[in-house]
Design a protein around this ligand. Structure first.
Ligand code: ZN
Length: 154
């Protein structure tokens, strides 16, 4: 399996502000995209990456909050949120900056995996933040839109 590192788009790129389209057919192109996104996320030392961040406007996300446990989500939807947390967040598309966001403490996410099967994930703490952050990317939302930034603008 050959994996390729992709270019991560930076804030200011219009692709980051568009709504991504659902995946209608999970084929080898989507498998390659998932592999390349994981490679790219790891190379950038991130814990999540959404397809629009690499210029692909499809509803695809990879997350690795626990090293070695990569979650691949196709057409993900948050179906339940509970509680609240206020924690520091960053984004590979907004390098060098951090800010506090309000997120649910717990979320439940439904998606499809690379085999086209329905999967459900539950996340608390960092994983809940990660799900919310990455799914927002699919709707063109960046965390800096609603964060209390603790770093100066470039
Ligand atoms: Zn991000």
């Amino acid at each position: 399996m050959t994996m390729a590192k992709l270019k991560i788009l930076r804030d200011g790129d219009t692709a980051l502000r568009l709504k991504s389209r659902p995946v209608t057919e999970i084929n080898s192109r989507i498998h390659t995209l998932l592999d390349d996104m994981t490679e790219t996320m790891r190379a950038a030392d991130g814990c999540g990456l959404a397809a629009p961040q690499v210029g692909v406007l499809r509803r695809v996300v990879v997350i690795e909050c626990e090293p070695g446990r990569v979650l691949e989500l196709i057409n993900p939807v948050i179906v339940e949120r509970r509680g609240a947390q206020h924690e520091l967040e960053g984004c590979l598309s907004v390098p060098g900056r951090q800010g506090y966001t309000d997120r649910p403490a717990y979320v439940r996410v439904e998606a499809e995996n690379r085999g086209g099967e329905r999967v459900t994930y539950e996340g608390e703490g960092l994983l809940a933040r990660c799900f919310c952050h990455e799914l927002d990317h699919l709707d063109g939302i960046l965390y800096i839109d609603h964060a209390e930034m603790v770093t100066e603008d470039d």
